[in-house]
Design a protein around this ligand. Structure first.
Ligand code: ADP
Ligand code: NI
Length: 217
């Protein structure tokens, strides 16, 4: 198979696999991250084929929905790529990207870096902010039965990895926990630039939210 056919076959496999996934990790999230990856690649230097494959496969099995098994995504992707005979060095890199892309990991010391991880991680992070990031946060919040906001438990700084995993706070809390921090965590120059507008939108949204909450407007 040529590269284009491999990408097409992989996308079809992922689309089928995520058919019933009802969260922020459905096929449309994958398609957006794939598109952002291509946009970033227009300006950044990294292996395009590897980045695209990793973008398509990065959420193939979310450990949050698989009893906390952190490796299941990377293993599922590796098995699939072996089946369609993708060269080993590319498969190895895709595996590394999947293992290190998650936001939760950024609490740990960065243990792995590659230009390809930098691009795909930026693409995934873009989808967590802006109008779409807000939609995804409240969808996730509804799924977890979270309150939208609770002034009694609201605080702006979060703590550590375990607390983050277990946090059952409001969805608005998640904005301060994660979304507003994303901009400064972007890896590439292009990613940073693309994050700016989305970040400003988050701030505008929060201002309006609090004004409405207080009955000021
Ligand atoms: P990733 O897989 O990129 O590390 P997650 O799986 O943690 O990210 O999150 C997927 C989506 O759900 C993101 O848009 C994220 O902002 C949102 N999300 C994660 N945790 C929460 C939470 N506690 N409250 C609201 N939204 C959340
Ligand atoms: Ni993702």
């Amino acid at each position: 198979m040529n590269e284009e056919k491999i990408l097409e076959t992989t996308a079809e496999y992922v689309k089928q696999k995520l058919r019933n996934v009802d969260s922020g990790h459905d096929w449309w999230h994958i398609q957006r991250v794939w598109n952002y990856t291509k946009a970033i690649l227009k300006e950044e230097r990294a292996n395009s084929f590897t980045c695209q494959l990793a973008a398509i496969l990065h959420d193939i099995a979310d450990h949050k929905f698989h009893a906390g098994d952190e490796n299941i995504g990377a293993e599922t992707a590796t098995d699939f790529l072996a089946e369609i005979q993708v060269p080993q060095p590319i498969t190895d890199e895709v595996k590394n990207i999947i293992q290190h892309i998650s936001f939760t990991k950024s609490f740990d010391k960065q243990s792995y870096f590659s230009p390809e991880l930098a691009v795909v991680q930026d693409a995934d992070r873009l989808d967590a902010i802006g109008a779409i990031g807000i939609a995804r946060a409240f969808t996730y919040g509804g799924f977890r039965n979270q309150e939208i906001h609770n002034p009694e438990t609201f605080f702006k700084e979060s703590f550590n990895k375990e607390a983050y995993k277990q946090a059952r706070n409001s969805t608005l809390h998640h904005f301060y926990d994660k979304l507003l921090k994303v901009k400064d965590k972007m890896n590439t120059k292009t990613g940073k630039r693309l994050a700016e507008n989305r970040h400003e939108f988050l701030k505008t949204y929060l201002n309006q939210f609090f004004e409405e909450w207080e009955g000021l407007i």
